[in-house]
Design a protein around this ligand. Structure first.
Ligand code: ADP
Ligand code: MG
Length: 386
């Protein structure tokens, strides 16, 4: 999706009022009835219809006519706008540049602040790919199911930001977090290549040890990354030092499946080093050993999982996201070709394979928009059938 920053400046204050009303209405309505939008925005009736029309023209809202009533829903574009407006009001971002990444569940843009410093804006897009997981999720979403993609994406951004902040403060090699609003996070731009794009390193053994040490350091601090793979490890262009990104799925070492998550992170690195650099080592960290050591030497006091919770991050609300992620994981495990391939990138080692996997998920990069439309269309259909 294109983010047009210049266009964003031309939303009038009345239009903004109406857009906000649509957002508020979508907390309880999948399709927000036009009369409700009129009521919330408290502008004159005729005026609101015209404003809605102009917002719809710019794809910030979409008109939906169903059997029961006419209404509108907020689009990704509208939600993006609201988040970016909040950040620009706080002077965190000033202009939007190129898109540098399309993840399965995010879009990544280079943006700049007032002083032209480059930053990275990550827009979370949960619910973009897996329709089945959304269906499963509906069972426990309860009343909130109507705002599912928005709600899930915001939870993911809040979680990622909270973890990035605590990790950065404790000197883990992660990007400096700058700001967060709705489903977006803003962070330091790292001049680096993902490990996945790197064919050769001067010393695979040294990098391997560094990465394993990082997994251990996480665990000793009470955390497991949960998606520690060649896509989420960036190698700085200048120094060759690794930087870790992508935290919405982080789990505590006291999670009931902690050992499984831990082993998967370790395995991802081992497998990648074996395939890419022909590097194998019999030395790798074991969860139980770390657990035993940390309780012995008292470093258990330094529980970053608890620090994150204490930082105002809402653990209760985040349960919904956790279940969603678990669901996604199970989906991947069920749908995977050999059962053990779970998690982004754990099964992919060359481009052909990765395309195949993406197609199996019903998503490929240049089709992003269509799939999103299909997803939104699906939601509408679902709501009609209720
Ligand atoms: P996803 O959750 O969709 O996997 P990531 O956070 O892993 O999103 O980011 C996707 C890609 O965007 C990364 O592989 C990397 O190439 C790029 N990227 C993300 N954050 C940064 C950053 N702070 N600096 C530079 N590149 C980044
Ligand atoms: Mg990633």
């Amino acid at each position: 999706m294109k983010l047009d920053a210049t266009d964003l400046r031309y939303v009038t204050s009345d239009e903004f009022r109406v857009l906000t009303a649509v957002e508020m209405g979508s907390k309880n309505h999948e399709i927000v009835p036009t009369i409700l939008i009129v009521k919330i925005s408290s502008l004159r009736n005729g005026g609101v219809n015209k404003l809605l029309g102009s917002l719809a023209k710019r794809n910030l809202v979409a008109r939906v006519q169903n059997a029961k009533y006419d209404g509108y829903r907020l689009t990704y574009g509208g939600y993006d706008y609201l988040a970016m407006r909040a950040m620009s009001k706080r002077d965190s971002i000033y202009s939007v540049g190129n898109q540098i990444g399309v993840g399965k569940e995010s879009d990544i843009y280079i943006v700049a602040d007032k002083d032209s410093n480059e930053l990275v804006l990550k827009l979370h897009r949960l619910g973009r790919i897996s329709f089945r997981a959304i269906k499963a999720k509906r069972d426990y979403m309860g009343k909130r199911k109507s705002a599912s993609w928005m709600y899930m994406s915001r939870l993911a951004a809040e979680k990622e930001y909270a973890f990035m902040k605590v990790l950065y403060e404790h000197k883990f090699p992660v990007p400096r977090p700058v700001d967060q609003a709705r489903h977006c996070i803003l962070m330091e731009f790292i001049d680096a290549y993902p490990l996945r794009q790197i064919a050769d390193v001067p010393s695979p053994g040294a990098l391997y040890s560094k990465l394993m040490d990082m997994i251990v350091r996480f665990a000793r601090a009470g955390l497991i990354h949960g998606d520690f793979n060649e896509f989420n490890i960036l190698i700085r262009r200048e120094s060759g030092e690794p930087v870790v990104i992508d935290f919405p799925q982080m789990v505590s070492t006291s999670h009931k499946n902690a050992e499984w998550y831990f082993n998967r992170d370790v395995e991802c690195i081992r497998r990648f080093f074996k395939r890419r650099f022909r590097y194998e080592s019999s030395i790798y960290p074991r969860f139980r050993t770390i657990k035993a050591e940390t309780s012995e030497d008292g470093s258990d006091d330094w529980h970053l999982d608890l620090v994150v919770c204490a930082s105002g991050y809402d653990k209760g609300e985040q349960k919904v996201l956790e279940e969603y992620m678990d669901n996604m994981l199970r989906e991947k495990a069920d749908g995977g070709s050999d059962g053990e391939d779970v998690g982004e990138g754990s099964s992919v080692d060359d481009d052909d394979e990765s395309e195949e996997e993406e197609e199996a998920e019903g998503y490929s990069e240049d089709e992003g928009g269509d799939v999103r439309d299909a997803f939104e269309g699906q939601q509408e259909l679902d709501s009609r059938n209720e």
